[in-house]
Design a protein around this ligand. Structure first.
Ligand code: ADP
Length: 218
């Protein structure tokens, strides 16, 4: 590939943004840059910085730009082929920072109604051992991981109050960014209510269509 390819995947919590960003990055050999994953990793440390980040994550509040931007800049430097951005940018200031770091080729919005997003977050469980994600049947708090047999629990920020706060932050801070990307001709909508494979196919199609140099390789 002659120049890096950079794609941002934006969507409500529960829209499958993490899954789709991972699949796309594997398919195109790009780096999957998830700010949620980077922050959760930072939050496992012992120092006071880690403790501050933990506080934001558990409350479902946006972590201050200064922290997030630094992590993103470092990860971009380590990704010469380009990135699939997952969870970044989420604020107008982050849009500016990202514009200075890379040239975005396409921005995918995964469309999902807020009511469906809340239902998905309420059912989502994460494996404590292997990080796999699955859906719990209604009324079941803990389930067993189909991949490794580990225990699957609810993410701290998937509890109702934090989940609603995150969805609210999406509507207030992140959704307005999409209009700006639309004006720049970068935005493509994908229906996230479809099965995972169908969403993945639409996402890949959108990227290949907007990046003709990929049409033969993908
Ligand atoms: P979701 O999109 O479902 O909330 P993520 O794993 O992407 O899940 O993010 C989890 C949390 O990490 C967010 O609720 C927020 O606290 C923090 N976070 C992630 N990305 C950003 C960002 N770009 N700016 C500020 N905070 C962020």
């Amino acid at each position: 590939m002659d120049r890096p390819l950079n794609v941002a995947v934006i969507g409500r919590q529960g829209s499958g943004k993490g899954t789709q960003a991972r699949l796309l990055s594997e398919r195109l050999a790009l780096t999957h840059l998830s700010t949620g994953d980077l922050l959760r990793r930072e939050a496992t440390g012992n120092g006071s910085a880690a403790e501050v980040i933990r506080g934001y994550l558990e409350a479902g509040a946006l972590v201050p730009d200064a922290v997030v931007d630094g992590l993103v800049a470092r990860a971009v430097r380590e990704a010469p082929a380009g990135c699939v951005f997952d969870g970044y940018p989420r604020t107008p200031a982050q849009v500016d920072v990202l514009d200075r770091l890379v040239r975005l080729d396409v921005v995918i919005e995964l469309d999902l109604r807020s009511s469906e997003a809340l239902a998905r977050l309420a059912a989502r469980r994460v494996c404590m051992r292997c990080d796999a994600i699955d859906r719990a049947p209604l009324g079941r708090e803990t389930i067993t991981c189909r991949s490794c047999g580990g225990s699957m629990v609810r993410r701290h920020d998937d509890h109702a109050q934090a989940a609603m706060r995150r969805l609210d932050a999406y509507d207030r801070a992140t959704a307005p960014l999409l209009a700006a990307y639309e004006r720049r001709g970068l935005l493509v909508h994908v229906d996230a209510a479809q099965p995972v494979d169908a969403v993945a196919a639409d996402v890949l199609h959108a990227v290949v269509t907007t990046s003709p140099s990929l049409a033969t390789s993908a």
